[in-house]
Structures are given as C-alpha cells and as structure tokens.
Design a protein around this ligand. Sequence first.
Ligand code: AMP
Ligand code: TRP
Length: 341
Amino acid sequence: MWEKKVYMNEKNTVFSGVQPSGDPQLGNYLGAFKGWVERQEEKDNYFCVVDLHALTVTPDPIELRKQTRELAAILFACGIDPDKSTLFVQSHVSSHAESCWLLNCVTPIGWLERMTQFKDKSKGQERVSTGLLDYPVLMAGDILLYDAQEVPVGEDQKQHVELARDIAERFNRIYGETFVIPEPVIPEIGGRVMGLNDPNVKMSKSYSHIRGHAVRMLDDPKEIERSFMRAVTDSSNEIRFSDDPDRAGVNNLLGIYKVITGKPEESVERDFYDARGYGDLKKAVAEVVIEELSPIREKYHQLINDVEELDRLLSIGAEQARAISDQKLRLMKEKMGLIVS
Ligand code: AMP
Ligand code: TRP
C-alpha cells in the first residue's frame, strides 16, 4: 500500500476540460479523448465536463443538461476508467466557481481583454456577458485547484493556459507559494483533424450540424461511410502525405487513418499502393473509423439509458475532485486573509 502511494505521487497531474456544447466529433476523439484514455495509467488525471464554461453563451437549459450527461457518457464509453481517473462535472464541485472569484481579484482586466478567443467571440456582438470575458479565469481555477502540471489542450486554448500560468505566478508573488505552474501540452498526432467538407477548416463540434463537415462520434456506420465518401479531395489522384494546401483533403484522410491504425506514414502510403483511386482511400478510412467508434457508440447507449448509473459515476468523480480542490481553496482563502472556519 505504502509503495503504491509513493509511486502514485510520482505521477504528473493532468487536468483537462471539455465543454458540453455541440456534438462531439472525430477531432475531439483523435485530438483529445483517445490520448486521455491511453495515458490514464501514467498520470494522475482529472477530466472535467465544464458546464459552467458552456453557460457563457446562454445555452438552452434543457439542452445543456442533456449535453452534459451525453458528453460524460461518451467519455466513460471511450474508456475513461473511474478507478484510474477522476471524471466529473464542473458545477458539482463548488470550489471551481469560488476559486474563480478569488482569482478574479488578482487578475488585471487587460489580461482578459487581450485574449484572442474573447476578441473573436465578442466581435460584432451587441452585448457580451461578463462570463465570456471571465471565462479564462474560471479555467485557471479549474487547473490550479489540482496543482496540475500538464494541461492537454488544442492549439486554440494554449493562450488560456498561459494566462493560468500568469495568474498563478501573480498569486504566488502576492500571497506566497500556493500554486504549481501548469504547462500546456499540445498533442502532436491527431492535433488537427480537418473538416471533410472543407479541409482548410478544423473539424469542430460547433459546426457538426453542417452537413458533410464532421463525423460525429455517435453517427451510425452508414452515416460515417456517407460522410467520408462525400469528403472533399482534389483531382491529382495521388495517395500520399503532403503539406500542399490544395491536397489538404487527402492529407487529412491519410492523417485520420494513421492516427487510428498507429502505422507510420510510409506504411500508411504502402497500404494504398494498389488503390484504384480516392474511392478506395475513403472506403478504407471509413472502415477503420467505424471499427474504432462502434464499441464506443454501443457502450454510450448502455450508459445513457441508465442515467442512475451515470449519475452515480459522476457523483463519485465529484467527491474525489472535492477532496483535492477543497484543500486548495481553503489554502487560497487563508493566504488571502479570509477567516476559514
Ligand atoms: P472543443 O470541441 O473545441 O471544446 O475541444 C475539446 C478538445 O478536443 C480540445 O482538446 C481540442 O483540442 C480537441 N479538438 C477539437 N477539435 C479538434 C480537431 N478538429 N482536431 C483535433 N483536436 C480537436
Ligand atoms: N476552455 C476549454 C475549451 O473550450 C475547456 C476547458 C475549461 C479546459 N477548463 C479547462 C481545458 C481546463 C483544459 C483545462 O476547450
């Protein structure tokens, strides 16, 4: 037991979050969830369905509740194991919202106004919620409460993790050592799955309702095949990796095949030496994707039809998360001069 504990303490702590908005798609799986599952053993993991972040764009309440459970069920179905990782819903652990307030008080407003995601999302809007501006501070709280060293995120979230570092450093400077300084970890493979209808745009769950754009994780095999068969390619008919923007469609298909099969590029290209054209490539990619996603879809349906069990798993996750984050919140309050009862 003692030995196990020492070993566990040597593991790096990983925190990542994903918003329950839009339908999770193949890019989420290959760029995030698959890697989270594969590295569960090596790390001390916290995975969070960030429903409070989703509130920043005032989603429909019924939809939000539904999507929160659906996303949690997808993550469990991908293989997040409650014995190895803590998977929970952000709003179930009140220290997240509370730490956001405390961190707000050490965060200069100019830091938030500079965030490119805020600028993009607020552009052209008549009214912008304070929540949208404050979003990265809530995210900093998520990360800092767990002393996470590693934060796996997509390129677009790197700036927010860097802001979390700046906030942690500022807090440590003002109040003394309190937080571990986190690092963003950008996945190399599967880092960018592109849209099937436009291979120059990243596949995104915000566009997953657009026909032909995404392969949604819960699509049935027929829909998956149809999406791939319709994928935009080019007219050169050469099946090899390339960084030519005109050949981005084929490159994307080969990239998806590569990440799923785990084969090196030469061997992927070799698989298509005898192919008669892009039709064969599309079919082969659809096949490996269907094979990968089918067991996930089955497990998902089992779990989503047993809401009691799903909620039970989530309450275990929340309890584990509270055990860690409550201590850090208490320390923050003490350092800041609040009376801690
Ligand atoms: P989002 O759907 O933007 O909330 O992203 C959740 C996670 O999935 C982040 O870690 C993203 O980097 C990852 N992700 C989303 N879309 C893609 C994509 N097209 N390719 C690779 N990773 C992605
Ligand atoms: N903002 C992230 C996104 O939209 C989600 C997120 C919230 C997150 N809290 C986090 C990611 C903490 C990593 C760590 O993708």
